[in-house]
Design a protein around this ligand. Structure first.
Ligand code: BGP
Length: 478
């Protein structure tokens, strides 16, 4: 299934419309490649918050989905904005207007021949749950999340059958901005820059792994519930994939460090979600770092009974791992790592590595033998009009072409890859920097970093190219 992907908080806007409450993302300002986004506990009326309007998918979804349909897309990944359905998060009854919005949107997908793929929580949690409960550190969030799941599995039964429990669940482990947007753990200060960090205090580690444990429980219970409500439901984990793939040198210390980084940073989450138990290296990591995961009686059974049906992940770029403190560290997205001298970088410093996609697909398949979806892959770039006034984004086409070839090789290797949804199929707000300037779309949206623009939509060259790719089932990549 060929398609595209977005996330509610990055595209919908309408942040307080029709009974929606604020979510954690609504408290983040815009940033740039070099200036971090800032969290503000209260909304400053003189500051620009990109999620408040985003690209107004809320008001434009019919037009956008029609364009996706005309392009031939078979699957569209988006997410539910939790605070649109439960505005504080702990209510007993859902907000009817929010429930209706998603019903209409999913129906619109169906009407355009598109299967919805729905992330239940994509880097957002109602601000109410962060304020009142401390986010995912509080076990009661498992029940609040399950309420949301019961509502959406019941309401959208027959409309949606592919679900992902948490976007890039392993990003929570990175702490810093990851802990805020993925874990709902509010920063200590009322105004704080959102940094990516690679060292944590014992207290921070305990917060992170407590929150993560609760998300594992929530995910496992959601899988069980989804199957009970509709046996046709297929539920996946969603892992931030790619980074830290390679040892920087063949020094065995680098090789071992890379293995450890992959184990803790990638496989820990997918092992729990796909195999239903914490692996041995995780237990060792917890004990080496004085992390006390609040495992209660019966939690092991919950995890074991809630294994996912499919493995999905994002893939943009890769980094290296080095034990040499002198080797410079670079930063890309929410992952830290050493730049690979063999790879070229995007304008945002992300290394372009199609071979790494083939490598990771093989690794995932060997490890789990579950159907795989690559649910994010794309090239964030500045798009400028050519002399004829159109967008000729051949750099984006080149990126996709090389990654589609890599997936084809992986399928040839025997990997069961069932779907590919490219990131930001229409221009949306960047999660990492809050910019509009970092564009991924096949469809241009007229809006800039300061919120100016009339929001009109316009296909780029890549739109027509991807349409051909889909029509030929990947045969025609010219
Ligand atoms: C992933 C997130 C997405 C997305 C993407 C691109 O980590 O799941 O939400 O935005 O990265 O990142 P960015 O928007 O920072 O370019």
């Amino acid at each position: 299934m060929w398609g595209g992907a977005t996330a509610a908080n990055q595209c919908e806007g309408a942040w307080l419309a029709d009974g929606k409450g604020p979510s954690i993302e609504d408290h983040l300002t815009g940033g740039t490649h070099t200036t971090p986004r800032t969290y503000t506990r209260t909304i400053d009326p003189n500051t620009y918050y990109p999620s408040h309007e985003s690209v107004d998918f809320y008001g434009h979804f019919r037009e956008d989905i029609k364009l996706f349909g005309e392009m031939g897309m078979k699957i569209f990944r988006t997410s539910i904005n939790w605070s649109r359905i439960y505005s504080v998060g702990d209510e007993a009854e859902p907000n009817a207007a929010g429930v209706e919005f998603y019903r209409e949107m999913f129906q619109c997908c169906k009407d355009n021949g598109i299967e919805p793929l729905v992330t239940i929580s994509h880097y957002e949690i109602p601000m109410g749950l962060c304020e009142k409960y401390g986010g995912w550190r509080d076990r009661r969030c498992v029940d609040f999340y399950l309420n949301l799941c019961r509502t959406i599995f019941t309401e959208y039964k027959g409309l949606v059958k592919h679900w992902l429990t948490f976007n890039e669940i392993n990003m929570l482990q990175n702490g810093g901005m990851g802990a805020v947007i993925a874990g709902g753990i509010l920063p200590k200060n009322d105004v704080e820059p959102m940094m990516f960090v690679d060292t944590h205090t014992t207290e921070e580690l305990n917060d992170i792994y407590t929150a993560l444990h609760h998300q594992f429980l929530a995910s496992a219970k959601a899988v069980k519930l989804a199957h009970e409500i509709d046996p046709n439901n297929m539920v996946g984990c969603m892992i931030g994939g790619g980074p830290s793939l390679y040892p920087y040198t063949c020094n065995p210390a680098d090789v071992l460090a890379c293995q450890k980084k992959l184990q803790v940073g990638t496989w820990l989450c997918s092992d729990v979600q796909c195999r239903g138990a914490y692996p041995g290296y995780a237990l060792r990591f917890f004990s080496d770092n004085n992390i006390d995961v609040p495992m209660l009686d019966g939690d092991d059974t919950i995890l074991a009974e809630g294994c996912v049906d499919m493995y999905t992940y994002s893939y943009y770029m890769t980094n290296c791992v080095s034990t040499d403190p002198e080797v410079a560290k670079s930063q890309g997205n929410m992952m830290l790592g050493v730049p690979n001298p063999y790879l070229k970088l995007s304008d945002w410093g992300w290394a372009i590595d199609p071979d790494g996609l083939r490598w990771s697909l093989n690794e995932v398949w060997d490890r789990y033998q579950l159907p795989i979806m690559v649910v994010e892959n794309g090239f964030g770039a500045v798009d400028e009009r050519g002399e004829d006034g159109k967008f000729h984004d051949d750099y984006r086409i080149d990126y996709f072409r090389s990654h589609i070839k890599a997936m084809d090789e992986a399928i040839g290797d025997g990997v069961n890859l069932i779907a590919y949804t490219t990131w930001g199929c229409i221009d949306i707000v960047s999660a990492g920097t809050g910019e509009m300037k970092k564009r991924y779309g096949y469809i241009y949206v007229d809006k800039d970093n300061d919120g100016n623009g009339d929001l009109h939509r316009e296909p780029k060259d890549s739109y027509w190219w991807y349409k051909k790719v889909i029509a030929s089932n990947g045969e025609d990549l010219d």
